[in-house]
Each structure stands twice: as C-alpha cells, then as structure tokens.
Design a protein around this ligand. Structure first.
Ligand code: GDD
Ligand code: MN
Length: 412
C-alpha cells in the first residue's frame, strides 16, 4: 500500500523517545500544525474503538472543528484493533492510525503517537471508555486558560472511582504513597499521579528524552518536562464494558522500577553523576595510587638505614615531590590526555605542572586538617580518620585540577 492512500497507516518512529519542536513532515501527508493531538493507546480494544472514535469526534467537532487529530497507537492487537481503526479513517478524516509491531507497552505507545502528532497541545486517553470523553473539554479549557498541563483526576472535587474493591483502592493509594516517598517533587504536584488521562503543551516536553517503563507516562512528563502550571479536573473512572484490563502484577513492579529510575536520573544524585566525570576520576585515583608506591620507594631509598640513611623529613619532602611529578606525568598523558593534547607547548606543560603542584600542596594541608578534625571530633580512630581525609583530599585534588590545571580553554 502506498503512503499516499487516504487510509494508510502511520509509520512508526524509531530511536529515542523524544518529541521535536515542530511536527515531523511526512511525504504525502499533511503536516501543517494544528491545535490538538489526542493519542489513544490500544491493545485488544476492538470492541471499544468504534464507540470511542465516534464519541470523541462528535465532541471535538463541536468544540474545535478542524483543529484536532486522533491518533490510535495499537500494538498489533491479536483482535485486530488497528484494522478496525483503519477502516474508520474514511469516515473520520481526522483519525490517524499507527500499528506497532516491534515495540510494545503503553507508555512508549503514547510517546510514539506524540512523535508523529501535529498538535501544539498533546493528550492521551484510554481506549476503553473508562475515561469519560466529555472531561476532555474541561481539560482543554484549562490549557486555554494558561495551564501547561491539565490532568484528569479521581481525587479532586467531582472525581472518584465507580466500584473499585477495597483491595484495588488500597493498592492504588499504596502505590501513590510509595511514589510520594521516592519522588515527592513529582508525585506531590498532582492529586492523581497515576492518571493516564491528561493533556500537555508540546513545548513543555520538547527535546527531552523520555524514558518510561510500564504504564505511567504522566510521571515522565512531570519528572522530566518543563511543566510550570498544572490544572486538575475531577472525573469518575468508569467501569469497563468491553474487553479487559491489561494490568497485572508486572505493572506494579514496572511502576516501582520507573519511580526509582526517575529518582536516580532526575534527583540530586542523578544530576551530580551526570556532571561528574567518573571515568576521569577513576584514572586520577589510579594515578594517585601509583604515586603512593613511588613515594614509598623513594622514601625507602633515601632514608632507610640500609640505603642512603638521609634524615626523614628531607627524604619525605623529596619523595613527595617525586611522587607528585610521577602523578603529573601520568595525569597529563592519560587522565587528561584529551585536554593536554590541545595545549602541548612546553610553557603550557610547565604551567600545568606548577598548578598541579600547588593544588596538591593545598590538598596535603587539607588532608592534615581533615585528619585532625575527624580524629578529634568525629571518629577517634586514626586510620579511619586518615581514610576519610585521603578521600576528601583526593576529591579536592581531582576537582580543582580538573577546573584549573587541565581546563579546556575555548580560545585557540
Ligand atoms: N498500545 C498499547 N500497548 N496500549 C496498551 C497497552 C500496550 O501494551 N497496554 C494497555 N494499553 C491500552 C489499553 O488498551 C487501554 O486503552 C489503555 O491502554 C489502558 O489500559 P488498561 O489495561 O485498560 O488499564 P487500566 O484501566 O487498568 O489502568 C489505568 O489506570 C489508571 C487509573 O488507575 C491506566 O491506564 C490509566 O490510564 C488510568 O488512568
Ligand atoms: Mn482500562
């Protein structure tokens, strides 16, 4: 089937789950921007798809005619949902259909749909009519009023669940509580972080790589996007009439996995580890270790009674300086080789060596200070205190040398 046929399927984006600023242009397909794109992820919803497309189209034709599109993203459902959807395309020209065969899962389906969307505002709604369609108008209204994100919530005025068992309510709230503990700044911003019914301005999630697991796309949007103002609209989560839920125990595990991943990649530790040049630091540490051996060996050669037998302090100063020289050579040739390569003149090398020396000297002073502080006030064990002092001095030496000695200067 040619892509120019009126009811051809959308091609599936590949690569990272990232939404571009402008809607992608596809040959033969109208790619002019519109106001609103609504993604409907489906898996075995053949019994619901006709009804939801009809209801949504009627609703949106009345409120924003010609300004919207519906995008069904189906994961190659065995019940042929995508085929049913495709057969509706002639009747509903604003309907587009994607059939995914190589990738699965609710969250990625939603994002793949947004990737081909032309709307300035992007949304998602379940395909099983458990999310009442008319709530969409209130969500759109909230966005028009200035919200960046409008979430349909079961836990604000007008919201609720129709007839959930105690167990399901308990699990749902338990999951929310767990989320609040792990990711308070994300889950604390909305009353129903589990909601799969929301709309968001494209510019809030543009150019960020989304990385969801499982069901909860909203966590990604709030956690990684640039969302300032959030509005919530109450809704009642309806009973399913056709088909069945795909939620299993796996979704609970996915959810916890997702929370932890978001925590690690967006929290303080995540930001720190993204900026911290861990590989360089390891090399720096290894070089430092080699320095310890050099220091020991020279100290032995100079001061041991069986060798030269020189006074201890003088020997130690010399040993220390030779170790520093050793470390400098290795760091220049290995740890920071990329930077050193760009500044190869002897003058530049000498300058680096002098800076390195001074910084290491300051590191030594810091080492002694920390050792004393820790030993006297915190842990009265000289070896543990010394380990802490060495660790802190190493980080100091690394960080300051990175910033001052081997800094990348942009000027040629
Ligand atoms: N493409 C695709 N791929 N769609 C999927 C997949 C998948 O792997 N799994 C589920 N879906 C679709 C379903 O067909 C349905 O349209 C929608 O995603 C929601 O799936 P359900 O299995 O019906 O989920 P639910 O009703 O139990 O769960 C819902 O819980 C929240 C409230 O607690 C979530 O999906 C939320 O949207 C909802 O707000
Ligand atoms: Mn459902």
């Amino acid at each position: 089937m040619s892509i120019l046929e009126p009811n051809s399927l959308l091609s599936v984006p590949t690569g990272q789950l990232q939404i571009s600023e402008l809607p992608p242009s596809t040959v033969g397909v109208d790619s002019s921007p519109i106001f609103f794109s609504l993604v409907i992820p489906t898996y075995n919803e053949a019994g619901n798809i006709k009804a939801i497309i009809r209801i949504l189209s009627t609703l949106l034709d009345e409120s924003i005619p010609g300004e919207y599109e519906l995008i069904v993203v189906d994961d190659d459902s065995p019940d042929g949902t995508w085929e049913v959807a495709q057969s509706l395309m002639l009747e509903y020209p604003q309907l587009r259909v994607m059939r995914r065969q190589d990738e699965r899962g609710l969250s990625s389906a939603v994002i793949r749909g947004w990737q081909v969307a032309r709307g300035d505002v992007l949304g998602v709604i379940d395909g099983d009519l458990q999310h009442p369609p008319h709530v969409l108008l209130r969500l759109l209204y909230a966005i028009q009023k200035g919200a960046d994100l409008a979430v349909a919530s079961r836990h604000v005025e007008g919201g609720g669940v129709s007839s959930w068992s105690f167990i399901r309510r308990f699990l749902s709230r338990g999951a929310q509580l767990l989320g609040l503990i792990i990711l308070p700044n994300v889950l604390g911003r909305v009353s129903d972080p589990m909601s799969g019914y929301f709309i968001v301005r494209r510019n809030c999630i543009v150019n960020v790589t989304l990385n969801p697991v499982g069901y909860k796309v909203l966590l990604e949007v709030i956690g990684r996007g640039q969302v300032k103002q959030i509005a919530e609209v109450g809704y009642v989560f309806c009973e399913r009439k056709e088909g069945e839920s795909k939620v299993t125990w796996k979704q609970y595990l996915d959810y916890i996995h997702h929370l932890l991943r978001l925590r690690l990649s967006t929290g303080y530790i995540g930001r720190f580890s993204q900026n911290f040049p861990i590989g360089r630091f390891m090399r720096f540490g290894l070089v430092g270790l080699s320095g310890v051996f050099v220091d020991m060996a020279v100290l032995y050669l100079l001061s041991d009674p069986t060798t030269l037998g020189l006074p201890l302090t003088r020997s130690k100063i010399l040993a220390g300086e030779i170790a520093i020289f050793n470390n400098f050579l290795w760091n220049d040739a290995w740890t920071f080789a990329d930077v050193a390569m760009q500044q190869r003149s002897w003058r530049q090398r000498l300058k680096r060596f002098l800076k390195f020396n001074l910084i290491c000297l300051a590191g030594l002073v810091l080492n002694v200070l920390v050792l004393n502080l820790v030993f006297n006030f915190i842990i009265h064990n000289r070896y543990i205190a010394n380990l802490i002092a060495i660790a802190i001095a190493t980080i100091w030496n690394f960080w300051v040398n990175l910033k001052l000695s081997w800094r990348v200067t942009q000027v040629k």
